[in-house]
Design a protein around this ligand. Structure first.
Ligand SMILES: [Zn+2]
Length: 515
C-alpha cells in the first residue's frame, strides 16, 4: 500500500501528516478522558479506540453527519459538509475542555480563608488527595456549565450519584464508588466548616471558590438519608453582574411600567411565582435600575445571591435569630429609601413590609404564589387587611422561566398537520419555529439559558374595588386576574416560540402547569 508512509518516510509532507495524525490521536484521547458525557466504565476502551483510530472516527463522524443532513433534511451537499465540519469543530473545541482547564485555577476555601487541602486531613493520604482533586473537578465542571446546584446522593450501598441543575433541569453527571464519594463528601463538609463525624442530623455550611473570574460562594446542606448522607450544594453569585430589566426578558411596555413604579417615593412591587421561576433575578434587575447615589438601598436576603456594591445587604440567619421580620424592623430604623425583602413568608414580615410601603419607603419583595390573584389571596391568608393590601401594593409581577433553544444545534421544527392548519389560520411564519436537537455544547439537552415571561397587574381603582369587595375570591377576580394572567403568559411563551427563541414543546411544558 503506497498510502502508508513506509517507503517515503523522509517526505516532509508525510512526516507532517504523521505528526498531525499523532497529535489528533493524543488530543482525542485527552478530550474523551475529561468528557463528562462519556461514562466512566467506557473511558478505558474509548481511550484505546481514540489512540488507534482517533482521526478516522472523526472523519466517519463528519461523513455520517453530512449524509444525514443531505438525506433527511435535503440540505445541499456543500452546506451539509460545511455544517458537519462545524459540528466536528465543536466537539474538538478547546473552550469546552471541561475540567482540565479550570480545575487547576480553582481554589476552594473555608469561611476563614483556609484551603481545602489544609482543612481536610492535610490531604496527606493518597486517597484523600485524590478525593480532593475529584472535588475540585466536580466544582470546576459545575461552574463551566453554569449549574445552579450540585446534588450528591447515595443511590445504593455501593454508589453515589452526582447531579447538576442547569437551566432548572437536573442531570446526572457521574456515578462514583461509595468509598471514594464518602471521602469527597467529607472534603466538602470539612471546607464548609461542618462536623464530619455527624452523618445523620441535618447540617448547614458554606465555602468559597476562588476562580480567575472572581469569587463564587457555595451553600451546603447535608442530611442523613436511606443509604447514607446526601449533600445539596447551591452555587451563588454566578451572575453577579449588572442586569437590566430588559435582560430578563420584559417587553418594552412592562419595562416602562416597572421604571415608572420604582421611581415612586413609596409603594410596593411584589414579584411572584413558584420556586425557580426567576424571582430573585428580576429583583436584582429592578435594583440595578435604581440610582444608588440618590437613594439609600437596603436588601434583606436568604441567602445573598447577587452582590450589589452600593447597597447595604443583610443576610438572614435564623440560628442567630436574624429573621426577615426582625431584620426588617431594624432596617426601618436606618432611614432607608428602598427596601428589598428577599421573600415574604410569614404574617409578621408581610405586615411590617406592607406598613413600611405606606410610610415613605419603596418596598420590593418576592412572594411564593402561583398567580397575581393568588398573591392577593396569600396576603389575606397571612392576615393582612384588604384595605392595607389595596392601598399599599402598586404592582404585582407574576413570572415563569422558559428555556432558550441552544444556538448551535436547533433545527427547523417538524409540525403536525393540526399545528400547520392552526398556524396557517393565524398567519404565523412557520419557517422560524425551531425545535430542540442537542449537541455537546448544550449537553444534549437542546437548550441553553433561560428567559422570563411576565404578567403584570397594576393595582388600579378597578383592582382595588375587587380587593375591597365583600365576596373577594380568585374566581371573582377572573376579568382582571387569573384568566388574563394565564393567557398572557401563554401568549408570551408562544411569541418566543414563533421567534425561534424557544420550542413549542417547552411552551407546553411551562404553560401546562399554570393552574
Ligand atoms: Zn446544542
Amino acid at each position: 500500500m503506497d498510502f502508508l508512509p513506509v517507503k517515503l518516510l523522509f517526505s516532509p509532507v508525510r512526516i507532517a501528516f504523521l505528526i498531525i495524525w499523532f497529535y489528533l490521536c493524543m488530543y482525542l484521547v485527552q478530550r474523551f478522558e475529561f468528557s463528562p458525557i462519556v461514562p466512566k466504565r467506557l473511558k478505558a476502551s474509548m481511550n484505546v479506540l481514540m489512540l488507534v483510530f482517533g482521526p478516522f472516527v472523526l472523519f466517519v463522524f463528519i461523513a455520517a453527519e453530512a449524509a444525514a443532513k443531505i438525506l433527511r433534511q435535503g440540505v445541499p451537499f456543500a452546506d451539509a459538509v460545511k455544517s458537519a465540519f462545524h459540528r466536528a469543530g465543536q466537539i474538538v473545541d478547546v473552550s469546552h475542555f471541561a475540567g482540565s482547564r479550570s480545575k487547576n485555577s480553582l481554589v476552594l476555601l473555608d469561611s476563614s480563608g483556609k484551603d481545602m487541602f489544609e482543612v481536610f486531613g492535610g490531604g496527606k493520604e493518597k486517597s484523600d488527595r485524590s478525593a480532593i482533586e475529584h472535588t475540585h473537578l466536580l466544582i470546576a465542571n459545575a461552574l463551566d456549565e453554569l449549574a445552579s446546584d450540585i446534588l450528591i446522593d447515595p443511590i445504593s450501598g455501593e454508589t453515589f450519584s452526582v447531579r447538576y441543575r442547569v437551566d432548572g433541569m437536573l442531570r446526572t453527571v457521574e456515578e462514583i464508588d461509595f468509598r471514594k464519594c464518602a471521602a469527597i463528601v467529607n472534603s466538602i463538609k470539612a471546607v464548609s466548616s461542618m462536623d464530619i463525624a455527624e452523618r445523620r442530623r441535618p447540617q448547614d455550611g458554606a465555602f468559597i471558590a476562588k476562580t480567575p473570574d472572581g469569587n463564587v460562594s457555595f451553600r451546603v446542606a447535608s442530611a442523613g438519608v436511606l443509604h447514607g448522607e446526601k449533600l445539596s450544594i447551591r452555587i451563588l453569585n454566578i451572575a453577579a453582574k449588572h442586569l437590566s430589566i430588559a435582560d430578563v426578558g420584559m417587553s418594552e411596555r412592562y419595562q416602562q411600567l416597572v421604571r415608572e413604579t420604582i421611581s415612586h417615593q413609596q409603594g410596593m412591587i411584589l414579584v411572584c411565582g413558584p420556586t425557580g421561576s426567576g424571582k430573585s433575578t428580576t429583583m436584582q434587575a429592578m435594583l440595578c435600575e435604581l440610582d444608588f447615589n440618590s437613594r439609600n438601598v437596603i436588601t434583606i436576603e436568604d441567602p445573598i445571591e447577587y452582590v450589589l456594591p452600593q447597597a447595604s445587604q443583610i443576610e438572614i440567619n435564623p440560628k442567630a435569630d436574624i429573621t426577615f421580620a426582625k431584620a426588617l424592623r431594624s432596617v426601618l430604623r436606618q432611614d432607608p429609601d428602598v427596601i428589598s425583602v428577599g421573600e415574604i413568608r410569614d404574617a409578621e414580615t408581610a405586615s411590617v413590609a406592607l406598613s413600611a410601603s405606606q410610610t415613605g419607603h419603596l418596598v420590593l419583595a418576592t412572594l411564593h404564589s402561583s398567580s397575581n390573584a393568588a398573591t392577593i389571596v396569600r396576603l389575606m391568608d397571612l392576615g393582612i387587611k384588604p384595605l392595607l393590601i389595596s392601598s399599599a401594593v402598586d404592582l404585582i409581577i407574576s413570572q415563569r422561566l422558559v428555556r432558550k433553544l441552544c444556538p448551535r444545534c436547533n433545527a427547523v421544527a417538524e409540525l403536525t398537520e393540526t399545528q400547520i392548519a392552526r398556524f396557517q389560520q393565524s398567519k404565523v411564519d412557520m419557517s422560524k419555529i425551531m425545535q430542540a436537537k442537542g449537541c455537546e455544547y448544550c449537553n444534549n439537552t437542546g437548550y441553553k439559558g433561560r428567559i422570563g415571561i411576565f404578567d403584570m397587574m397594576v393595582v388600579d381603582e378597578a383592582v382595588k374595588a375587587q380587593i375591597l369587595s365583600d365576596n373577594f375570591s380568585v374566581s371573582n377576580f377572573k376579568n382582571i386576574g387569573d384568566e388574563n394572567y394565564k393567557t398572557n403568559l401563554r401568549k408570551q411563551a408562544l411569541k418566543l416560540a414563533f421567534a425561534g427563541v424557544t420550542s413549542l414543546a417547552e411552551v407546553k411544558r411551562v404553560t401546562s402547569n399554570l393552574g
